[in-house]
Each structure stands twice: as structure tokens, then as C-alpha cells.
Design a protein around this ligand. Structure first.
Ligand code: ZN
Length: 431
């Protein structure tokens, strides 16, 4: 595997040149070893040698989750005996997609986390609690464990699960860093407080947040990020990755978005017509994870909407950064002409103390406008007028939705679903 520890501090031109070099080799590898991509190239009458830069990738069609579901094994580039791990991710029709990893792929995801952790300020002196599953064929927990191991930090593999149980482990192991879904970290803090301890005094110095953004588009902390910092009295950094991307974008200690790793990924941010968008504008993240050998992907549509930023970062790295994921492409809402993602509404709700949980329903009334209903759960229904919540949401997204206030236990019954990793908070009734 090609590694260059110094590259992220080189000039933008050198970074681009290096990224394109690795990309050129990767494209050639895909053509030579992947039945799926060989057919794709041949059908498009493209020679792998024609793709020498990230911009050239546009010659190739996009790869979707549906392609992975339909052509699974055709993506495989190695013999069965070279596979050391099989990851699973959910498909669009609920059909699981299996991504096979080689020894080199596993080292690669570990290396990716190692350099991401190091940039965030984690060292070999840290004790890193991994509050996400290493089991059930999930990639995330395994990648974090490999990263911490390559860095020389100590791992505490609690996995996700009941916040009360995990919080007990916080008291027992006294981690200095916790990797966690932010809403879970708040529940853990609550459980710790109930047990008579103060989470702010437990020596946790950093919370690395996955799955939910802790910053808003202007890179300031969201209400959720602010609360986490306050409750745990620690630094809060965000990291974004997916099983298919096999690469993460993690905030450095300056918190200006997740840094891009030129040896590990080529990224395009595209609008609805597939054209590249300018820095600072949101679009879909289309990823080409580099140097993957088992089941490599080219131009994979993640469905995640984010923007990238190119101005220099105070940490000295010249690589661009990816901002917070503002939403999923499929969850884009058009309300009276305004584009809104559920995450924007959720981040308002996360800032209201009385709101314990929530979900959002969308109905397709007309072609150009959809109506949404926000259901919030609270402990004392009479004490939280829906109108107050609706006005707070309007203050942020400029449209006022219908808000229904219910008992938190009733909302929990709807959003906690068996077999789902995270609460289901978005219900789409559009046709
Ligand atoms: Zn930085």
C-alpha cells in the first residue's frame, strides 16, 4: 500500500498530483480485476488509461447501492482465500450487501483511523472507549479498534447498547476518549448523573462523534455538540464514514471539517445533475475509495449531502475538509419552495431540554410542496406547547411545520425498532 505521512502538509498541487497518481493505479486495478468495472468500462468505451485525474472520473457512470445489491460478487477482485473479513451493510431494499476485505484492506482502514485519530489529537497515552459494535459484521467498530491498535492507544471495546450498561463501563475503565453516537453519549451522561457521579469530572477529554453531525454548516457547534461539551467537559470532534467508503473524514483539533486523505480516497461533490459543485455548496458525496483490493468501488454514490471547504486549516494540513452531513439525498424535503433536510429540524429539537425524543413524517401533498409533521416526545405533555417548538423550528429553517407533542414513551415505541442500530426518526409517506 502506498503511504505518505507528510503529504497532507504539502502544497495543494502536490496533494492533487499524489491523489491522481494513486487514483490512476486504482482505476487500472479495478479494470483488471473487477468483472463489474471491466464491463462498465467496455460498455462506455473507456480505456482505464483515459482516467488520470479526479475530473476524468466523470467519463465513468456512477456506482449505486442498487448495483452492489444486484451484482454483488462481480465486484470481488480476489480469490476466496485472500478474504479475511466480511462486512455487511444494509441495501436499499433491506437486502444485506456484503463487502469482503483482504488483509491489506483491513490494514488500510486501520491506517485511515490511525492518521485520523492522530490529527484529532489522540495519542498512544489514551484509553479509547469504542461505543459501537465490533460484532454483527459492522465495519465501524472494527475500523476504530484497528486504528487505535496501530496508533498504540488502549481500546475498551464496550460496543453500543444500553446506555446504563455502557456508562457503568465508563466508571470502571475511565477512558480518556469515547467514540460514540452523540445522542447515545447524552443518554450515558444522564445515566451517570442518576448514579450520583458527575460525567464532567470523569477525566474524559475527548468525545469523537459518529452518525450525527455535531456542527452546523458554518462549522459552529450545533446544539447537540454544545451540550456534549458542557455535560462531559471535553473536546468534541466529528467523524464521518461509511462501510462502502472505507475511509473517514475526521475533524482535526481545529474543528474545521473532516480532513481528506489523498492516499485513501478521491471525492466528488455533485449536484442533482451529477455536475461538480463549488466549495462551500452542498451536494452528494461521491466516493472513490483508493487502494481497496477486495471489493473496490469507483464513483460510489453515498446518498449523503455535504459541502467541502478549501481554505487553509490552522493545523497546517493543506487538504480540503468535508463539512457536516446535512442530510440524506433521499430525505430532501421541498417545503413551499425551500429545501430542508430532517437533520436541520432535529438539530433544533436537540437544543430543547424538554424534548426527550422525536420523529418526523413527510407527506407528498403537491408536486412542489410537501407537508411535514414533527412529533416530539416529552415527560410532561402539558408543559411543552407545540406552538413554541414550531416557532423555534421556523426561526431556523424559515418554514413552520405542524408539531405534535406526545408522551416520550409513546414516541420511543415508534422510533426504537428491533434490528435497527439507531432510532428511526424519519417516516416518508411520499408516493
Ligand atoms: Zn486541520
Amino acid at each position: 500500500m502506498r503511504i505518505n505521512n507528510a503529504i497532507e502538509f504539502e502544497s495543494v498541487e502536490k496533494i492533487e498530483e499524489f491523489n491522481n497518481d494513486v487514483l490512476t493505479e486504482h482505476v487500472k486495478y479495478c479494470y483488471e480485476h473487477s468483472a463489474f468495472y471491466r464491463r462498465r468500462f467496455d460498455e462506455a468505451r473507456i480505456e482505464p488509461g483515459q482516467i488520470r485525474t479526479k475530473e476524468d472520473l466523470r467519463l465513468l457512470p456512477l456506482t449505486t447501492k442498487e448495483d452492489l445489491e444486484e451484482f454483488g460478487d462481480e465486484f470481488l477482485c480476489v480469490e476466496e482465500r485472500e478474504i479475511v473479513d466480511m462486512c455487511q451493510t444494509s441495501g436499499t431494499m433491506g437486502k444485506p450487501v456484503i463487502l469482503s476485505q483482504t488483509e491489506s484492506d483491513l490494514r488500510r482502514v486501520g491506517y485511515n483511523e490511525k492518521i485520523s485519530f492522530a490529527a484529532a489529537g489522540i495519542t498512544e497515552d489514551d484509553r479509547v472507549m469504542i461505543v459501537c459494535a465490533l460484532s454483527r459484521c459492522f465495519m465501524a467498530g472494527l475500523a476504530y479498534f484497528e486504528g487505535a491498535r496501530q496508533l498504540g492507544a488502549a481500546s475498551v471495546r464496550t460496543g453500543s447498547g444500553n446506555p446504563a450498561v455502557v456508562s457503568h463501563s465508563v466508571l470502571l475503565y475511565r477512558p480518556s476518549v469515547i467514540i460514540c453516537v452523540p445522542s447515545q453519549a447524552l443518554l450515558m451522561a444522564e445515566a451517570i448523573s442518576k448514579g450520583g457521579h458527575d460525567p464532567a469530572k470523569l477525566g474524559v477529554r475527548m468525545m469523537m462523534c459518529i452518525g450525527e453531525p455535531i456542527r452546523t454548516m458554518d462549522l459552529k457547534f450545533s446544539e447537540l455538540g454544545r451540550r456534549l461539551r458542557e455535560v462531559w467537559n471535553c473536546d468534541v470532534v466529528g467523524t464521518y464514514a461509511s462501510t462502502e467508503m472505507a475511509t473517514s473524514f475526521t475533524d482535526c483539533s481545529c474543528g474545521r471539517g473532516g480532513h481528506f486523505h489523498p492516499e485513501l480516497i478521491a471525492v466528488e461533490i455533485v449536484d442533482e445533475d451529477g455536475n461538480a459543485v463549488e466549495p462551500g455548496k452542498t451536494g452528494e458525496v461521491v466516493a472513490t475509495p483508493l487502494q481497496v483490493t477486495g471489493m473496490p468501488l469507483l464513483r460510489y454514490c453515498t446518498g449523503d449531502i455535504a459541502a467541502y471547504f478549501t481554505e487553509p486549516c490552522a493545523c497546517g494540513r493543506k487538504t480540503y475538509r468535508l463539512g457536516p452531513v446535512v442530510g440524506r439525498k433521499k430525505q430532501m424535503l421541498k417545503i413551499r419552495g425551500t429545501t430542508v433536510y430532517p437533520n436541520a429540524i432535529f438539530s433544533v429539537l436537540q437544543g430543547i431540554d424538554e424534548v426527550k425524543n422525536y420523529y418526523l413524517e413527510v407527506f407528498g401533498d403537491y408536486e412542489l410542496s410537501e407537508s411535514i409533521r414533527v412529533v416530539v416526545g416529552t415527560d410532561d405533555v402539558g408543559a411543552l406547547p407545540g406552538e413554541v417548538v414550531a416557532e423555534k423550528i421556523r426561526g431556523y429553517i424559515r418554514v413552520k411545520p405542524e408539531v405534535v407533542v406526545e408522551d416520550a414513551s409513546k414516541v420511543a415505541g415508534k422510533i426504537i425498532q428491533e434490528g435497527k442500530r439507531k432510532p428511526v426518526t424519519f417516516f416518508d409517506y411520499r408516493k
